[in-house]
Write a new protein. Structure first.
Length: 462
């Protein structure tokens, strides 16, 4: 999955940070600042008439070879447009290393350094809301938990709150593909001498398998270990036929789990964490399947393909397993797994068909909040749509307004789907555009707020 980012360079000396003078551009009363703080590029946008609120945006995980052309300061460009038109200031760091790879530790410091820069050079915000998409949600959540006095609210979009869970479930998907569809091939999931070659061999195995009923059934099994849905294209209706469902599951497996979060990602995480932090030693895949939201689809696919599901589960059970390095696991808990504290109001937004960051992460996070935080500080919203982070600006701004109402009054406003859809319908059609990451096209869709109960995540880290 690809997003576009602009590389912009500058900076200035703030609190001892290694920076150079920022580049500044002004248009119609607005100002745009770009620069570099301690090696991390940033972008700041201020409106003609600032209302005192700063929105600090945390981008998600970008694998190597990701096309980076612009630093996003909002999940959707139409959201950026609306927020600036209505007086909000926006800021985002690209993080170290051009924003590529698992950079949670660096990202936390880079976002704090940018917030310091903003306060020193542009003024202290009346309120600061931190938001993030995908893995950026883990970054934003850790910022709020660890630096609560710096923030007033948290808005999460398509959240991967638990990165250790995210990559462990990706390991499960990759393990099933390798074991059942690429047996005997020279593929290393972790510790690979050539992770790109391993990734490419896995992608080729997926492409071969998707052409036969037997291969499709095994891909459906692999997808089930990550609660991966069969709704990949956000501009298309939810598939109702089993064949169409599996083919869209395959898109998620290929692009999100193997290409994006497979051997290349595992190698990068190991480099940052000081060793491999991922494991499937001790995992019972038969049990994992019974817990998956996709178990019925798997059983149907195996039955239609004439395959023995128990035999494939036995093959997985007998295959050599992967163990982690304990110090690397500790690193992931330190820089990646929130505990659920809620010192500020938190509002989440997730699509029901997301197979990149399954909505099961929302259920996991709500459980952490019940253990360590205040459930009254958390409100979770869902949009009935396929795709990852496939929200319109109308939906994002409607969610932000609900969060700000809680921040300002101490009470949540009415957030029923009907009320939220009515509020979002008040926006012009331009703000109802949704990006389909499967086709890289945009289309206008009606608001999709809905009631939804996410499944249980198969690999919780806490």
């Amino acid at each position: 999955m690809k997003k576009v980012f602009v590389a912009l360079v500058a900076g200035l000396l703030v609190g001892g940070s290694a920076t150079s003078a920022p580049a500044e551009a002004a248009t119609g009363g607005r100002h745009s600042y770009t620069g570099v703080i301690d090696g991390a590029e940033y972008r700041v946008e201020t409106p003609a008439d600032w209302n005192g609120t700063l929105v600090l945006f945390s981008h998600g995980y970008y694998p190597p070879d990701f096309p980076i052309q612009d630093i996003l300061v909002a999940n959707a460009e139409e959201s950026e447009e609306w927020l600036l038109d209505h007086g909000y200031a926006l800021a985002a760091s690209m993080y170290q290393d051009d924003g590529v790879g698992y950079l949670v530790e660096d990202a936390i410091q880079d976002q704090l350094a940018l917030l310091d820069w903003f306060e020193a050079n542009l003024g202290r915000p009346h309120r600061t809301v931190v938001t993030g998409q995908s893995l950026g949600v883990a970054i934003s959540t850790l910022l709020v938990e660890r630096y609560p006095r710096r923030f007033d609210g948290l808005l999460t979009l398509c959240g991967a709150y638990d990165p250790l869970n995210t990559f462990n479930t990706a390991l499960d998907v990759n393990f099933a593909v390798k074991t059942l569809l690429a047996a005997g091939e020279d593929i290393d999931l972790v510790g690979a001498a050539d992770p790109v070659a391993s990734r490419d061999a896995m992608v080729a195995a997926v492409d071969r398998a998707r052409t036969t009923p037997q291969g499709q059934a095994r891909l459906a099994l692999a997808a089930a270990f990550g609660n991966v849905t069969g709704w990949y294209f956000s501009l298309q209706p939810k598939p109702t036929d089993p064949a169409g469902w599996i083919q869209q599951q395959v898109e998620w497996v290929k692009w999100a789990k193997v290409y994006g979060n497979g051997p290349v990602a595992f190698a990068g995480i190991a480099e940052v964490a000081g060793g491999n932090p991922l494991w499937n030693a001790g995992v019972d895949y038969a049990r994992q399947l019974t817990r998956s939201s996709q178990h019925d689809a798997v059983r149907r696919a195996y039955r239609d393909a004439g395959l023995d599901l128990r035999a494939d589960l036995a093959t997985l059970a007998a295959a050599p397993r992967i163990a982690p390095r304990p110090g690397a696991v500790r690193y992931m808990y330190q820089y990646g797994v929130p505990v659920g504290r809620t010192p500020v109001p938190v509002l989440s937004l997730h699509t029901t068909g997301d197979g990149g960051a399954s909505p099961d992460q929302e259920r996991w996070y709500a459980r952490q909040v019940r253990r360590a935080g205040d459930p009254g500080q958390l409100r979770q919203l869902y949009v009935e749509r396929g795709g990852h982070c496939s929200f319109s600006a109308a939906e994002e701004v409607t969610a932000l307004r609900a969060l700000l109402a809680k921040v300002e009054t101490g009470r949540w406003p009415e957030t029923s789907p009907g009320r939220l859809n009515a509020a979002a319908n008040g926006f012009d059609p331009h703000f109802h555009q949704v990006l389909d990451l499967g086709t890289f096209t945009k289309g206008v869709l009606p608001p999709g707020f809905t009631r939804y109960t996410p499944p249980t995540t198969p690999r919780p880290s806490r």
